[in-house]
Design a protein around this ligand. Sequence first.
Ligand SMILES: [Zn+2]
Length: 133
Amino acid sequence: MLVCRSDFVKKVGYVMSIAERFKDGEDPSTFKELLSFKGMGPKIASLIQACLGQIPDRFAVDTHVKRCSKRWGLTEETNVNRISRDLEKIFDKSEWAKRHFQIVAWAKVHCKARGHVSCEICDLTRIKESKES
Ligand SMILES: [Zn+2]
């Protein structure tokens, strides 16, 4: 992925301002507080909550989760916010962080964006689809 230098500099500035605000060791307490940071979106806010051992307020959707969710028939949406909503209906909230990381790990090894023919989950999805039609 090509990242523009100005985007990189902008992101570093966001990270530095967040680090400055929490340098005294106090963790952000709420999703809303995390979203108040410039440059912070729902995906990163949810992942930070997960890394802090909190139950995230949203199902984090990155490029891997987006791709696999569509391939596996978990959503028909293309918008990450709508995909997040669909996944939130499927999985128990207490499992959102775990499921996010499991999907990402599976996607990176077995259900890659390029050169993907099939994986065990894609195969299961196709079997389910053929039985339904
Ligand atoms: Zn696959």
